[in-house]
Design a protein around this ligand. Sequence first.
Ligand code: ASP
Length: 520
Amino acid sequence: MKILKLSKHWLVLIALVVGVGVGLLIQQTDAQARIPVKMAEVSGTAQVQDTGGVKGVQIGDKVLQLGGKDVGDFTAWESLLAGQSPGGTLNLTLQREGVDDFSVPVKVEMSPDSTRARWIAPFDFIASLFMKLLKMLIVPLILTSIISGVVSVGDPSALGRIGLKTMAYYFMTSLLAIVVGLAVVNVFHPGIGAELNLTSSVGEKDFGHADASDIVLDMVPENIFGSLSSNSTILQVIFFSILFGFFITKLSGPGGGLLKQLFESGFEVMMKMAEFILKFIPIAVVALIARVVGKTGMDVFEDLLVFMGCVALAIAIHFCITLPLILRFVGRINPLSWAKAMWPAIITAFSTSSSSATLPVTMRTVKESGRASDTVSSFSLPLGATVNMDGTALYECMGVIFLAQYYSGVGPNPFELTLGIQTYVVLTALLASVGAAGIPSAGLVMMITILQALKLPTEAAFLLLAVDRPLDMLRTATNVWSDTTCAAVVSRSEGATGLAGALGDERDGEKGGDAPPPGG
Ligand code: ASP
């Protein structure tokens, strides 16, 4: 059973290839079968089913004269579409008496009793099961992660000047990462016109015209038990958890310690549960990919590759420009020397896709190779592993906007991607990155919550899960890189000398200096 010894990313890569192979095989099972088509609902007057007065339908350069027949019953129509991949969308040009030609999108659907659909069913089942398991984790994971995180930060003995600087640094860098992601996704528009072949349509949306005050109001729960029972009110859960955690630290007597322990243990249990479920990712990836490829072919990957390229670009900008600039000008540290010293942590993050699993290596690397302050590292690194996720924040924002761009161009009820929505996504991406656990694919699980809050179909996130691993490796490496830069910058601001790459304190020698005591 040597295969089990392969590291997770190799397993996921193999799963991806197997999934594609299985999907292509499934596609062959009834490639020539008659594929029923269903008219997309077209708003306004262009209802295709209402064929009165429609003279002909044009697909590519072929024109079908329809006479007065019902389009849906027209067999020539169906045989014309037989070679088309189900799941795809065709633009038909209709000619109607007395009106200019007009186009309508037509969805090519698979017959539920076709051989292909029957082959896809078991993969559909596995993929849906896995997704339900992931969704099951969301509320308890966030609740326990945030409460235990806030309790440890809010602890008066831990919070001092170092605590404040660390929190400010984490907040700022995550926000900068999101801004970079937002800029890239708005410049390249990877989602506009993408052919992702997602079938579910946008739900009733109520953020289209929301202004800032609505967004804030929406974050405050009316009834926390109501909020806890839905994945789409996760911001309310986060809001409540922050307050709850903070006031735990205000308790005097044994109750505070007890609650702290309770939520910390709860978080540990949830992490273990998540790790267990996430062990099945390779199987889920086979199922997800086989399902997509079996249904709609390989076209979807072209657009996903463009999206992945955009994410990689944004991450590269944050990793190679933004954070090094902060290191250089705020921390007065040579970024290259610091990166060289941090390499073991970055590589471990990259290959495990888990900030939490990398934490011991990060601690050792920052303290021993980076020679950062002990006090600062011991406080900021464990906190950063769950709270500071620049790569994740950037990804959440880009992923949601990518899908929103896609949904803004499909269906009878397209999504309106307004400035208000973009602002909302920035805010939620920031909070979601704080709430995400430092384990593989946690960022994607959190993305489901933002999609739900925007009433966008979560099916879309499942498509991203299929290609999540390489992006997860990149964003985890960025998360850990950012944690280490924080330790360096805050150490320097506290007067530590002798850090790897520190500029301007050569005369002090390689002291490996710890900071003067925190809090002044
Ligand atoms: N895997 C990431 C981490 O551990 C979280 C994520 O999925 O974005 O930092």
